[in-house]
Design a protein around this ligand. Structure first.
Ligand SMILES: Cc1cc2nc3c(=O)[nH]c(=O)nc-3n(C[C@H](O)[C@H](O)[C@H](O)COP(=O)(O)O)c2cc1C
Length: 151
């Protein structure tokens, strides 16, 4: 795990949590419902399926290419599922207790657990599903070189 987010990254985490809690009507001081929300992540959002994404331990250390590959495969998985009407939440929280996940999903020791994906048919009337995360403008995050019309 990367540890606690800081700066703008922490701020984004707080902002999306505020959006979700507002949509769900969870008050800032409602410890019980906030705790339940956290527990949902461990419960794979009550989805019927959780797919655990792993890679060969042999690829460690320095498995950044394997991490990149798994990001690509997970993205493909989520999009493919969506074409069949299945919703997904890539769920880093779901593997925080990885020994428990390893035992229950019977994952061999030669596999490194990377993440998991909760999957199921979405509940359209579940308020949190309407939350849209804020995006930066393309111009803020992309540098275009060689596309200047005057050049
Ligand atoms: C690597 C990764 C880990 C994530 N972990 C969690 C998580 O632990 N809990 C959660 O609620 N959402 C998590 N998400 C976000 C959800 O998967 C989110 O629905 C998904 O990123 C699509 O929403 P977006 O379009 O706002 O990014 C994670 C996303 C990624 C890419």
């Amino acid at each position: 795990m990367h540890g606690a987010y800081e700066g703008i990254h922490r701020q984004r985490q707080v902002d999306i949590a505020k959006q979700l809690f507002a949509a769900m009507g969870i008050d800032r001081y409602d410890k019980e419902r906030r705790h339940d929300w956290v527990m949902r992540g461990f419960r794979q959002f009550d989805a019927p399926v959780s797919i655990v994404v792993t890679y060969d331990k042999d690829l460690d250390p320095g498995a950044s290419i394997a991490h990149f590959d798994l990001g690509a495969v997970t993205y493909g998985l989520v999009l493919a599922a969506w074409t069949r009407g299945l919703g997904a939440v890539i769920n880093g929280q779901g593997i925080m207790q990885s020994p428990v996940v390893r035992e229950h999903a019977q994952i061999p020791d030669d596999q490194v657990i990377m993440t998991c994906v909760a999957m199921g048919y979405p509940e359209d009337d579940f308020a949190a599903n309407d939350v849209k995360s804020v995006r930066r403008e393309t111009d803020e995050i992309v540098t275009f070189v060689g596309f200047d019309e005057d050049a």
